[in-house]
Design a binder for this molecule. Structure first.
Ligand code: SAH
Length: 254
């Protein structure tokens, strides 16, 4: 059986308990070496066969899975963060389905959650933004026109850009040209939750120079939105003394 497992954003203890157990039991581990913390491999059995998928193409990854399945071995396919976000898992799953190889999936802590933790930030501040847009700027992988940086920014929601730290100049220019204020708060979080994590708060017009000054061009998230300032918000209804919920009666509620 093949287990897709989310490794979490970086810190070794941010994998789930289930993910760790699957690593401990695996006969074969295929991990995304470009982003997964290699420290997680210490959970592997002594005789576990380990492959770094950074050096493999889709067919080569699949061949390893298929061969292991033939020997009734358990395979863990270890993806960074949560596998459902830019994990390229669907194409692997479809090959497995075609060959009737069973698989399951274990979620992980995505790096956008790791970045919020690093910034001690709430993405969904009442009165500021109640939505988080997880997206990327188009690069070698195109983005549908309706999801362009320009189109999505019109919502004014908190935006988290994956896979876009390599060209913060274009990203900020496109956002400014489409009408986002130049002093819109932004954050750059590099290697969130790793030992060498770095985080910077800046504004849209200083985004590119901040990234350049600190030599950041990959393994980083760019967060854009009013919520980055973590101020000017309204208190939540849920914990308001006057608000009645299914669990608690508001103080002034007759
Ligand atoms: N599935 C992963 C994302 C994979 S795409 C997840 O859920 O996090 C790879 C991109 O994710 C990187 O280019 C970077 O933008 C982001 N990323 C992954 N790990 C990161 C981390 N620890 N800190 C900041 N960004 C990270």
């Amino acid at each position: 059986m093949v287990h897709f497992v989310g490794a979490g954003p970086g810190a070794e203890d941010l994998i789930t308990i289930r993910g760790k157990r699957l690593l401990e039991e695996a006969d074969v581990i295929i991990y995304a070496g470009s982003l997964v913390n290699p420290g997680l491999l210490k959970y592997a059995k002594k005789d576990c066969e380990i492959h770094d998928s950074a050096r493999l193409d889709l067919n080569e990854v699949f061949e390893i899975m298929k061969k292991a399945h033939g020997y009734k071995k358990d395979v863990v396919r270890l993806h960074t963060g949560d596998p459902s976000i830019y994990g390229a898992i669907r194409e692997q799953m479809d090959l497995l389905i075609k060959d009737k190889i069973p698989f399951d999936s274990t979620p992980g802590v995505s790096s956008f959650c790791g970045a919020a933790a690093a910034l001690q930030m709430e993405y969904t501040l009442p009165g500021i933004s109640q939505s988080v847009i997880i997206t990327r700027m188009d690069g070698r992988t195109p983005v549908p026109e309706s999801e362009s940086v320009e189109a999505l920014s019109s919502h004014g929601a908190t935006m988290v850009f994956f896979l876009s730290a390599g060209d913060t100049k274009t990203l900020s220019e496109r956002l400014i040209n489409t009408g986002v204020r130049r002093d819109m708060p932004c954050a750059i979080v590099y290697k969130a939750t790793w030992d060498d994590e770095e985080k910077y708060i800046c504004s849209l017009d200083t985004l590119a120079e901040t990234a350049e000054k600190h030599g950041i061009s990959k393994t980083a998230l760019i967060i854009v939105g009013e919520a980055v300032s973590q101020s000017g918000y309204e208190l939540s209804k849920l914990y308001s003394p006057d608000f009645t919920t299914g669990f608690r009666k508001g103080k002034n509620d007759a």
